[in-house]
Design a protein around this ligand. Structure first.
Ligand code: NAD
Length: 260
């Protein structure tokens, strides 16, 4: 029987990444979790996943702004958990401000975590996948990989960048049994979105309720947030044999936002 593969999910201590990790574990995949947070809570979640789904699960505290730590995480997954089958580049942060007030160090941090980290992880994981002629790379992009919003310059630039990286990598790996796709969610009510509501209110001079109604959900014709489970289900689909021909795709899951 084929050894169960390992999935690395960056930024999987919260929100979308945690839901993807749990969904992949439910399919029998071993996991390398990653992300920040309270260490006792992370350990509780890691143990709960391992027990509930009877899979191996480790947590790497690698900081996605640090290439050396990213490389160490990928190598540790391969050597200590098992063959890397799936890499989900999900870790991400947001910062909302007009360009002329945007702190340059925030720009650098967003580009590092939301874009460059995916390059470093892919660079290290691809040789393992190519050698086995098998692999799935899933980049969690955003509707902001396809369209822009004001005051999110670094995030929009990084997400447009990850769309390009996804397409280039898909072409390079097309004949090597490795698919590379980007999932482009609309607004999902996670801590990343919750945190930007007060800043968006300030930047636009409106209340927080108005941000939810007139900015966030106004973009989504369905008038509801996308759920983490819906995003995770799409990620799981991309790991199945029936998704072998889906590569280089930017897959929207945004309640119709980018159909406007
Ligand atoms: P979240 O804040 O709930 O989770 C972010 C995760 O990234 C956490 O686990 C956090 O610890 C981790 N992280 C942050 N900085 C890190 C670093 N330097 N090193 C390692 N890990 C780090 O956010 P989320 O909404 O679940 O976002 C996950 C991804 O989905 C991001 O790439 C985000 O851009 C994307 N996304 C989110 C939405 C949304 O509406 N929430 C929409 C589209 C795309």
């Amino acid at each position: 029987m084929k050894e169960p593969g390992t999935a690395i999910v960056t930024g999987s201590t919260s929100g979308i990444g945690l839901a993807i990790a749990r969904a992949l574990a439910s399919q029998g995949m071993n996991l390398m979790l990653n992300g920040f947070g309270d260490s006792a809570e992370i350990e509780r979640e890691r143990q709960a996943i391992a027990d509930e789904f009877r899979v191996k699960a480790l947590h790497s505290p690698a900081d996605m702004t640090k290439p050396d730590e990213i490389i160490e995480m990928v190598k540790k997954a391969e050597s200590q958990i098992g063959p890397i089958e799936v890499l989900v580049n999900n870790a991400g942060i947001q910062f909302v401000a007009p360009i002329e007030e945007f702190p340059p160090e925030k720009w650098d941090e967003i580009i590092a975590i939301n874009l460059s980290a995916a390059f470093h992880a892919m660079r290290c994981a691809i040789p393992f996948m190519k050698a086995r002629k098998s692999g799935r790379i899933i980049n969690i992009a955003s509707a902001h990989a396809l369209v822009a919003s004001p005051f999110k310059s670094a995030y929009v630039a990084a997400k447009h960048g990850i769309a390009g990286l996804t397409k280039s990598a898909a072409l390079e790996l097309a004949e090597h049994g490795v698919t590379v796709n980007a999932i482009c969610p609309g607004y999902v009510l996670t801590p990343l979105v919750q945190k930007q509501i007060p800043d968006t209110a300030k930047a636009r001079g409106i209340t927080e309720d108005e941000v939810i109604r007139d900015v966030l959900l106004d973009a989504q014709p369905t008038k509801r947030f996308v759920t983490v489970e819906e995003v995770a289900a799409l990620a799981v689909y991309l790991t199945t044999p029936m998704a072998a021909s889906v590569t280089g795709a930017l897959l929207s899951i945004d309640g119709g936002w980018t159909a406007h």
